[in-house]
Write a new protein. Structure first.
Length: 196
């Protein structure tokens, strides 16, 4: 008996897609929208580029070349002297100032010269810390006058009525050697200076 070969089964053909279900052509595609974050980043980037350009480009300013940096100073600055607590001046800064208000009197001052006219005492007071001198009169009467002099600098003070003491404002002096104090009594009984 002979076996007959079975003919092969043909592969099925894909079913045709109906025209109604196929996507219809819609013309040119729309571009995809980017996220808002990318949009903001683009604006910020553009702003930075414009700012950099403005800073790097001469906008028609001066034709003069840029100024050179100042040369470093070759002199050493003079240090401000360290003053004791309560002292508010030294040297030239004390000229014409009240010695008590500026903290130069009291224990910081010494009497370097004195003279008497009767019962009136005239003194040269000096403060090394303040580098200044002044004159003081005591045992005086209202209207009496006291003065201090160093070179051409002079300070004068009158004793007030009802007072017996007075002092002048200061004259800056590094050393009291050339300083003198003078008094003139209002009653005409005399005048005198230290160092005479």
């Amino acid at each position: 008996m002979r076996i007959r070969p079975v003919p092969p089964i043909p592969a099925p053909h894909p079913a045709p897609v109906p025209a109604a279900s196929a996507p219809a052509p819609t013309g040119p595609r729309k571009p995809r929208r980017g996220s808002p974050l990318l949009y903001v980043a683009g604006i910020v980037g553009a702003a930075l580029v414009v700012t950099a350009a403005v800073l790097l480009v001469d906008l028609g300013g001066s034709d003069a070349p840029p100024a050179a940096a100042p040369a470093p100073s070759t002199t050493t600055p003079t240090p401000t002297p360290s003053l004791p607590e309560g002292v508010r001046c030294t040297g030239a800064d004390c000229g014409g100032e009240d010695p008590e208000r500026m903290g130069c009197g009291g224990p910081l001052a010494t009497t370097v010269a004195r003279t008497r006219i009767g019962g009136t005492l005239v003194e040269v007071r000096h403060s090394t810390v303040c580098a200044a001198a002044w004159a003081r009169i005591s045992g005086a009467a209202g209207g009496d006058e006291v003065s201090v002099q160093a070179g051409t600098a002079i300070q004068v003070e009158n004793v007030l009525v009802g007072e017996t003491d007075a002092y002048t404002t200061m004259i800056p002096v590094p050393s009291p050697a050339a300083v003198r104090a003078c008094a003139r009594l209002d009653d005409g009984s005399g005048d005198a200076c230290t160092g005479e």
